[in-house]
Ligand binder design. Structure first.
Ligand SMILES: *Cc1c(COP(=O)(O)O)cnc(C)c1O
Length: 364
């Protein structure tokens, strides 16, 4: 028997992340509502800045991404030295797991938490531990229940994808108070720009005052630069130092730095994007609820729609697909009876509600 190269323990336990679909039948206009992308597209200034870098592609980027960190720091009132940029926040989540987790360690995430967490945990050789949710929402008491002396990291998506629910900041603080000082709390605030609640805070205050809290952010969602792969983490100085040691020396590309700076400085475009969501999120949620479907209350740019069975969810998905409406099946999250729908353009939103109505009329 010839031996073959073997990956590290944990790797073969990983179910690879399956991205949202993006195809429609021939001749049907495609509305991709499966990946929480922005219907308004990127800032025109960001697109121009990206294009201008075409003639510079032979040059390595600034490995420290200094201009981008400065622009983020200025926009959000942060210390640039504690910001680390990455190729999407996914890269930062993986780097955090690689740096702080190993065999014998446990890392906690919640029942319907973002699937990148178990991938990152298993890839580091650590053991994923799932905390139950209540009403499709992370629950601090349930997280506390599963903490052990081996817990080295807690991932909390706030708000969470695919549920859209969030924890008020008092609850995040209460969770943090229960963690051992050597357990890192990772607050994934990918949708923070969309959240308009007085009791919500993305994590800046905790990161600023505690040694064991990191906040990750992304340019993929409200900034509409998902294709560029750009994210950032706000960290205690000692964590930033660790991430800077293990990240690729040029992990953020030249055009990504340029576009990111322009995007973060174009607050008017961000405001239009958030306003569009403010207008359509409640309308879509109400219209779908009025059809008799359960819609989980969301503060993100998407809604989780529950059907009476996995079969109905699958049939609804196929029906919507035939009309060019591509939603996201979320069975991999243990939500086989649900579909996730990103808030789209007016045309897409109206078409999706109409298609769901027709589907239910036909099924009933
Ligand atoms: C989309 C998303 C991200 C962002 O991933 P990127 O790698 O930055 O594109 C992170 N966390 C959650 C919960 C998300 O839904």
């Amino acid at each position: 028997m010839s031996a073959i190269p073997k990956p590290q323990p944990g790797i073969l336990d990983i179910s690879a992340y399956v991205p949202g679909k993006s195809s429609a039948p021939a001749g049907v206009r495609l509305h991709k509502l499966s990946s929480n992308e922005s219907p308004l597209g990127p800032s025109p200034a960001a697109m121009a800045a990206y294009g201008k870098q075409a003639v510079n592609l032979h040059l390595y980027p600034d490995g420290a991404a200094s201009k981008l960190r400065d622009a983020i720091a200025a926009r959000y009132g942060l210390n640039a030295d504690r910001i680390v940029c990455g190729a999407g926040s996914d890269e930062l989540l993986e780097l955090l797991a690689r740096a702080y987790l190993g065999a014998g360690d446990e890392a906690v995430y919640t029942q319907y938490g973002f699937l990148v967490y178990p991938i990152a945990i298993k890839a580091s050789g650590a053991t994923p531990v799932v905390a139950m949710e209540v009403d499709n929402t992370a629950n601090v008491d349930e997280i506390i229940k599963v903490l052990s002396p081996r817990t080295r990291m807690v991932f909390l998506a706030n708000p969470n994808n695919p549920t859209g629910t969030y924890l008020p900041f008092d609850e995040v603080r209460r969770l943090h108070a229960e963690l051992s000082p050597d357990c890192l709390l990772v607050l994934d605030a990918a949708y923070a720009e969309y959240v308009k609640r007085n009791d919500y805070e993305a994590g800046v205050e905790l990161v600023g005052t505690m040694d064991n809290v990191v906040m990750t952010r992304t340019f993929s969602k409200a900034y509409a630069l998902a294709g560029l792969r750009l994210g950032w983490a706000y960290c205690p100085a000692h964590v930033a130092d660790v991430l800077n040691r293990i990240r690729g020396p040029f992990n953020v590309s030249l055009p990504a730095i340029a576009a990111g700076v322009a995007a973060v400085e174009d607050s008017a475009h961000l405001e239009r994007t958030v306003q569009h969501n403010e207008t359509w999120l409640p309308r879509v949620a109400e219209d779908i609820a009025r059809l008799g479907l359960k819609v989980t209350p969301s503060v993100g740019n998407f809604v989780l729609i529950s059907f009476d069975s996995p079969a109905t969810a699958g049939a609804a998905d196929a029906f919507l697909n035939s009309r060019g409406l591509v939603l996201r099946q979320v069975a991999a999250y243990g939500l086989a009876n649900a579909l996730r729908m990103s808030i789209g353009t007016e045309e897409a939103n109206v078409a999706a509600v109409a298609a769901l109505k027709d589907f239910l009329g036909q099924a009933g």
